[in-house]
Design a protein around this ligand. Structure first.
Ligand SMILES: Cc1ncc(COP(=O)(O)O)c(C=O)c1O
Length: 464
């Protein structure tokens, strides 16, 4: 909330003195203080003042089953009582890890041979790069190590994955990206499409850009390409018509592996189990996290195809063991909750539910397309965005990025709606269990908040 004027509470002061917050301006934070969230139920969370908010971003795109799901909580309780910890090192195993790996193999639309567990999306993608390098060494291709990512792609914040992430915020003052990571063009048709160009032509151009980059770097030096089905944290950018159909053959032509980053899109978000299906991605390996446990327990997974596994197995045999793994790889608590979450997605037909309510959700987003502050209203399934612009007709950007988007998110918060401003893109990604009535509630204050933000932006000189 806007705490500017109000004196800080005891908990707020303790927070300021004790915590360094991720993705928070540390200087502003000292002045305004944190917003304390205390509890959650269904699609709602409650703060320390008892105020109710509808969670329009499912936490951080992860609480697909909402808050307080009794079955997930019980699965966690049972697993903690039975086996609160064990690891998978040295060939040890446990039933929840085996079962979750089997489920992932069964559900992913492209055959995958093995699953490796980690704790976060970043660790999953980091693991991908390490295993791909390991594989290339096994195949006798030590020069084939570069990874191509996309501008505005989001793949995490470890040293390698922050390099993959195509956002300046994640590079500045961190001495990143590493130079073995190359970024190709962002397929945002609204922003980068040329006059008279169709979406399909634009997609073909994006594929040519990728091919040009591979050729410029040398195909023998490029190991893999990584992409999210829908670019999430970079601004909910839905691939244009024919995009992956144009990308897939370029990767195949130059023997470049394709890592699908399903960290947000996996488990129903786009109206299929995986975005891979929705957009026809010819993935050779895949990263999953977030909704894999409904966000209740940190867990991520990398699933890889047989070719990759064969090379990794052979390479590991040159050493005493595969030299990679986390203390919490396949933590039984995460795996048990993951198995339960998937069982719930199946039993309650969450994918069917997403398909049923998505038309209303998308229609509500697009109903704001003509507002003078809205540049583009976009989305797919139960994820979407409103991008604000000082000159929507020309897809213009604000001179001071993020101010107007931030103001819109703050206005919505005052009206009991949590959405996330990523610069001047308002991301909307509610729990997948949201009902049609709750979708109406989510968007009810939008017009008013857009108007208030518009008048504020005008008064503050953000509109030309
Ligand atoms: C597509 C994608 N990949 C990777 C990550 C990184 O995941 P984590 O924050 O769990 O490290 C995210 C996080 O939002 C993501 O959206």
């Amino acid at each position: 909330m806007a705490h500017d004027a109000a004196p800080l509470s005891n908990a707020q002061t303790r927070d300021i003195e004790a915590l360094l917050h991720p993705y928070t301006n540390a200087v502003t934070h000292r002045r305004v203080g944190p917003h304390l969230i205390e509890s959650g139920e269904g699609v709602y969370v409650y703060d320390d003042k008892g105020r109710k908010f509808i969670e329009g971003l499912a936490g951080l795109w992860c609480c697909g089953l909402g808050f307080g799901d009794a079955e997930l909580i019980e699965a966690a309780r049972e697993q903690l009582a039975k086996l609160p910890y064990y690891h998978l090192f040295g060939g040890r195993t446990h039933e929840p890890a085996i079962e979750l790996a089997e489920k992932i193999k069964e559900l992913y639309p492209i055959p995958m041979a093995r699953v490796f567990f980690a704790n976060s999306g970043s660790e999953a993608n980091d693991t991908q790069i390490k295993l791909i390098w390991y594989m290339m060494n096994a195949l006798g291709k030590p020069a084939k190590k570069k990874i191509i990512s996309r501008h505005r792609g989001y793949h995490g914040v470890t040293l390698v994955t922050a390099s993959l992430t195509g956002l300046a915020l994640n590079h500045g003052s961190f001495d990143l990206p590493f130079d073995y990571v190359k970024h190709t063009t962002c397929p945002h048709f609204w922003r980068a499409g040329e006059a008279g160009e169709t979406e399909t032509e634009f997609s073909a151009r994006m594929a040519r850009d990728l091919e040009d980059l591979i050729l410029a770097e040398g195909p023998d030096t490029v190991a893999a390409f990584i992409a999210e089905p829908v670019m999430g944290a970079g601004g909910v950018i839905v691939p244009p018509e024919g995009y992956f159909a144009a990308i897939n053959p370029v990767l195949a032509k130059y023997d470049v592996l394709f890592i699908a980053d399903e960290v947000i899109c996996g488990f129903g978000r786009t109206g299929n189990w995986f975005g891979t299906e929705t957009f026809g991605m010819a993935a050779t390996s895949v990263s999953m996290a977030k909704q894999i446990t409904g966000g209740y327990v940190p867990l991520s997974a990398v699933a890889m195809n047989a070719e990759m596994v064969e090379a990794i197995e052979a390479e590991s045999n040159r050493y005493p063991a595969l030299g990679h793994g986390y203390t919490y790889s396949g933590h039984p608590l995460g795996c048990a909750v993951g198995v339960k979450a998937i069982e719930i997605y199946q039993r309650r037909d969450i994918v069917g539910h997403v398909r049923k309510v998505a038309p209303l959700f998308q229609a509500r987003i697009r109903s704001f397309a003509d507002h003078p502050l809205v540049g583009e209203a976009r989305g797919v399934g139960l994820m979407g965005a409103l991008e604000v612009s000082p000159d929507p007709a020309n897809a213009a950007t604000f001179a001071e990025p993020g101010k107007v988007g931030g103001k819109l998110a703050a206005e919505l918060l005052e009206h009991g709606v949590i959405m996330r401003a990523m610069g001047d893109v308002l991301g909307i990604c509610p729990p997948m269990i949201i009902t049609e009535d709750e979708i109406e509630e989510l968007f009810a204050p939008m017009e008013k908040c857009l108007d208030a933000t518009y008048h504020w932006a005008k008064a503050e000189g953000h509109l030309r």
